[in-house]
Design a protein around this ligand. Structure first.
Ligand SMILES: NC(=O)c1ccc[n+]([C@@H]2O[C@H](COP(=O)([O-])OP(=O)(O)OC[C@H]3O[C@@H](n4cnc5c(N)ncnc54)[C@H](O)[C@@H]3O)[C@@H](O)[C@H]2O)c1
Length: 108
């Protein structure tokens, strides 16, 4: 796939699977905007990956915040061609283990 000069938004792109996705997209020539709550990690990523990566502080659970991120992405790079959603929270646990089902509280 030719990703040269395509513009991607990666939510949760400051860390983990999202950061790996950002790194790969940039290697392939894309421009990427990270939407994340973790400013420290996102700024590290921007520093390491260069001018084709930007960061906007976005809470994906907040509509206004997402709209702001989209507007800033268009301002910076003129378009959005790709969106990869990696933002989220999760703890590693079995749905059913020796002690029974995962507590509903943890799932929520
Ligand atoms: N890693 C795995 O093996 C695995 C397996 C299945 C599902 N998942 C899911 O995939 C997603 C990414 O996994 P990961 O391991 O990279 O997680 P991670 O915790 O390493 O990274 C998640 C990123 O999302 C950001 N984030 C969290 N809430 C946010 C919000 N409201 N707005 C914006 N950014 C937010 C965090 O700041 C963080 O940078 C998660 O939803 C996780 O539950 C992961």
């Amino acid at each position: 796939m030719n990703l040269k000069d395509k513009v991607a938004v990666v939510t949760g792109g400051a860390y983990g699977l999202g950061l790996a996705t950002v790194t790969r997209l940039v290697e392939k020539g894309a421009k990427v905007v990270i939407f994340d709550l973790n400013e420290e990690k996102a700024k590290e990523a921007v520093e390491q990956l260069g001018e084709n990566v930007r960061f906007v502080l976005v809470n994906v659970a907040d509509d206004e915040s997402v709209q702001n991120g989209i507007a800033q992405t268009i301002d910076a790079f003129g378009a959005i061609h790709i969106c990869v959603n990696c933002a989220g929270v999760g703890t590693a646990a079995k749905m059913i283990g020796k002690k029974g089902a995962l507590p509903l509280e943890d799932f929520s």
